[in-house]
Ligand binder design. Structure first.
Ligand code: ASN
Length: 317
């Protein structure tokens, strides 16, 4: 059977979407959960774990690039459409921050744990502590130290000629799912901006910035320079725009416009990307600059990779 064969009616309406090209693999890890009639929450955790274990990308999980001081710190959040959420930020030496975030949600009265406290909690919960920095990431850091210039690229790696499917196209994994019962959930996981200041936290573990989910409306997630998402409570903004009647595509576009209006100059050189799904399963995506691709997986098509619309092209910068 091909990957595009229709699957039984039980999973009709279920869909999972993810940021970037590695979203295809993450979706494929999440899909069996949805196909078996499982929850959107279990699906996004499974997908995020796949990305965190993937040794091919330098912006999520164990293969991530470190901060300015050579320390790999991981950020992640998870949320379901009932408003339950959990997150960890600046977590060191724990391979699956998304699962720690879920434990924060399910086993503590809190939403966000950071740094040493997050690690202590993870260890208490049975997550192994292990050095994660790869030789490749250490070599990249040593290379960076020759100039020590902090200058985030539009996308994580060179994208001038990127096309959907190009392996160079890597950033935060943001994942949104709707299950067969119509419930939504989302997950977001990253090693953050490479060479960031030690202690810097991006948007990904901040509920409302990198991720927001509401069963009444829809869900949104973000990738790109996290400071812009934090400034604009951006994923919350996308969901609120959908609440006011915008389609996912329109909501993402309008949130990008908001980012540009706030910082027109900076917007020329920073990438900001949004991906959204509404409660009917309709999907939209928009980015400031070209190169943002997203993956869609449902009963009809398992490995779609689509190019988002962008507001600026890289040539206009
Ligand atoms: N490049 C990324 O998508 C990283 C993430 N949004 C952050 O700012 O930490």
């Amino acid at each position: 059977a091909s990957a595009h064969d229709a699957t039984p009616g039980a999973v009709k309406g279920a869909r999972v979407v993810s940021t970037w090209d590695f979203g295809v693999g993450a979706n494929q890890a999440a899909w069996p959960v949805l196909a078996a009639g499982g929850s959107a929450l279990d699906a996004v955790e499974a997908g995020a774990r796949w990305a965190e274990a993937d040794l091919c990308n330098s912006t999520v999980g164990r293969c991530g690039n470190p901060d300015r001081d050579g320390v790999l710190t991981l950020d992640a959040s998870i949320m379901d459409g009932d408003g339950r959420c959990g997150a960890v930020a600046a977590l060191e030496d724990i391979a699956h921050p998304i699962s720690v975030a879920r434990r924060v949600m399910e086993r503590t009265p809190h939403v966000l744990l950071v740094g040493a406290g997050a690690q202590q909690f993870a260890i208490e919960q049975g997550f192994p502590k292990q050095p994660l920095l790869t030789d490749k990431a250490r070599a990249a850091w040593n290379e960076w130290r020759k100039t020590s210039k902090y200058q985030p690229q539009i996308n994580a790696e060179r994208l001038d000629n990127a096309r959907p499917g190009d392996k160079s196209n890597h950033d935060t994994l943001g994942m949104l799912a709707i299950d067969a019962s119509g419930k939504l959930a989302g997950a977001c996981t990253t090693s953050g901006m490479a060479w960031k200041l030690h202690g810097r936290v991006g948007d990904s573990p901040i509920i409302g910035a990198g991720l927001y989910v509401d069963n009444e409306v829809g869900a949104a997630t973000a990738s790109g320079v996290g400071e812009e998402m934090l400034r604009n409570a951006a994923s919350f903004l996308v969901v609120e725009l959908m609440r006011q009647g915008r389609s996912p595509d329109e909501a993402c576009r309008e949130a990008i416009d908001r980012v540009v209006r706030k910082r027109p100059q900076a917007s020329k050189t920073l990438q900001v990307c949004f991906l959204a799904i509404n409660k009917h399963g309709e999907v939209g995506a928009h980015a400031l600059h070209r190169g943002f691709v997203y993956a869609v997986c449902d009963a009809g098509k398992r490995d779609a990779l689509l190019d988002s619309r962008s507001v600026y092209t890289t040539q206009q910068t």
